[in-house]
Design a protein around this ligand. Structure first.
Ligand code: ATP
Length: 466
């Protein structure tokens, strides 16, 4: 299959443009010039995101006995984030240009950038930014709670959570007491997190508002390292299942000195985005650090009691922490393809096709009556629509020629198109076959067609969209 893209930047621009024109992703506040670092998911993007989140939830919560879910509040008590170290230290080094006043993240600058104000200077003059010394910039969004909050009352301060993890740590004891789980066990959460990134960039990759899919997996200290390796493998498998192939993923074993001081092992899973190899997920062995800190700061006993061995101890934690929006972006980048097709008679043609895995595809099947002005075809097509609609997201389309309708579905990644034609109504096939009450199913990737009985259609599709 030939990709027509010349460069990666070119490919990224085409993906961004398709995402807007087909309703996957829009810039937040676009009407008013856009809110930097914030994105809205359109109709198809919303379905794609729901499918990815549901797949993650099914694999990590519903299909396991040792993991339960939670949904914590976004507004977070200042004491939680003080104990976790975020209030004191969740920052990135920032530098400013003294001339054009642009801000940069110091650790992401490869070269000194060119100064916007100095652009007009004559040839030969130094046009680079004049940067200040780096200073730490806290990434958390702070807010005040309560109508009568005193401006100087530290207890009125709350934060939009910078990660979902801390809400899990501070509820771990309540979950344990209410579920009677035994080690090892996990708590999973999908939800919004907020970071006031200095330089949001690369489309949705680095946003100020984003979603995380996190698991805190609690275990005995002696099992931590082994479980970290096991989680890494499970997480790599997950990406393959949603259409991000293993060869495009890279595992970085973060060396001593670059990991957080409490972590004995951290893996970053990176993906070959069109703008470079970048982090999708971190799998970190966090030891007893988080629960230990919350025990220390709250003064409450957060130990685990092992009824068999009669031991009391702070459980250790392995944390697979994935970015939902980065996963969606990887899925979109991986699905996008422009295929060369040569029409009958040698005429060149191409089609854009989003090759989503059926389990994440926003629309699972399109129902297409061959002609819209034949009431019997339309009636039958609506019967098929009513049959499938309670079970999956389908799309009904009776406008334009069938070939064009197929192409429109290719562009949004619908894996199956179901055509209701005259054979469905009883007309004989080309070799005299009886195709009454069957439909033509066209496969998106191969463009091959086959006939499936309407009575078999629902189980046929359900088996192929999981
Ligand atoms: P980075 O180094 O890219 O800033 P991080 O190492 O700080 O990321 P973590 O704190 O480990 O990220 O967060 C876990 C996951 O949350 C990341 O792997 C990523 O997928 C996602 N994530 C973090 N920051 C952002 C962001 N600004 N926009 C979108 N997703 C993010």
């Amino acid at each position: 299959m030939a990709n027509k893209e010349q460069t990666d930047t070119d490919r990224m621009e085409k993906i961004v443009s398709l995402c807007k024109s087909k309703g996957f992703i829009f810039q937040s506040g676009e009407l008013y010039g856009g809110l930097n670092g914030c994105w809205d998911y359109g109709p198809l993007g919303t379905e794609l995101k729901r499918n990815v989140k549901e797949f993650w939830w099914r694999k990590n919560v519903l299909e396991r006995e040792d993991i339960v879910g939670m949904d914590g509040s976004i507004l977070t008590h200042h004491a939680v984030l003080t104990a976790s170290g975020h209030v004191g230290g969740f920052s990135d080094p920032m530098v400013d240009c003294k001339v054009c006043k642009k801000r940069y993240r110091a650790d992401q600058l490869e070269d000194i950038p060119s100064c916007e104000k100095k652009a007009q200077l004559p040839k030969g003059e130094d046009k680079s930014c004049e940067l200040t010394e780096p200073k730490e910039f806290n990434l958390m969004f702070q807010t005040k709670m309560g109508a009568s909050a005193d401006d100087n009352d530290p207890n009125a301060i709350a934060y939009l959570r910078p990660e979902t993890a801390q809400t899990i740590f501070v509820q771990y004891k309540n979950v344990l007491d209410s579920t009677r789980l035994k080690l090892p066990f996990g708590i999973a959460q999908i939800g919004k997190a907020f970071r006031n990134e200095i330089n949001p960039r690369n489309y949705t990759f680095r946003s100020r508002e984003f979603e995380q899919m996190e698991i805190e997996y609690f275990c005995r200290p002696e099992d931590g390292l082994r479980l970290t390796d096991e989680w890494l493998e499970m997480r790599l498998d997950f990406y393959t299942q949603i259409g991000v192939p293993r060869e495009k993923l890279h595992v970085l074993d973060i060396p001593d000195g670059e990991r957080a001081h409490y972590s004995q092992k951290t893996y970053d899973i990176e993906y070959d985005f069109p703008f470079g190899q970048q982090e999708l997920e971190g799998v970190a062995y966090r030891g007893a650090y988080d629960i230990g800190k919350h025990q220390e700061h709250s003064g409450k006993n957060l130990e685990y009691f092992d009824a068999e061995t009669k031991e009391r101890f702070i459980p250790h934690v392995v944390e697979p922490s994935a970015g939902c929006d980065r996963t969606i972006l990887a899925v979109l980048c991986e699905a996008y393809d422009v295929e060369d097709l040569t029409k009958e008679g040698g005429k060149k043609d191409e089609r854009t096709v989003m090759r989503f895995k059926p389990c994440v595809a926003p629309i699972k099947a399109a129902i297409l009556p061959l002609l819209k002005n034949k009431p019997e075809l339309v009636e039958k097509a609506k019967e098929v629509k009513n049959l499938l609609q309670p079970h999956m997201n389908i799309f009904y389309d009776e406008t334009a020629a069938i070939g064009r309708r197929y192409r429109r579905q290719d562009e949004v990644g619908t894996p199956f198109c179901i055509a209701i034609d005259f054979e469905t109504l009883g007309e004989k096939g080309p070799n005299g076959e009886d195709f009454t009450d069957t439909v033509t199913v066209r496969h998106r990737d191969s463009m091959e067609q086959e006939r499936v009985a309407i009575s078999e259609l629902l189980p046929w599709l359900l088996a192929r969209i999981v």
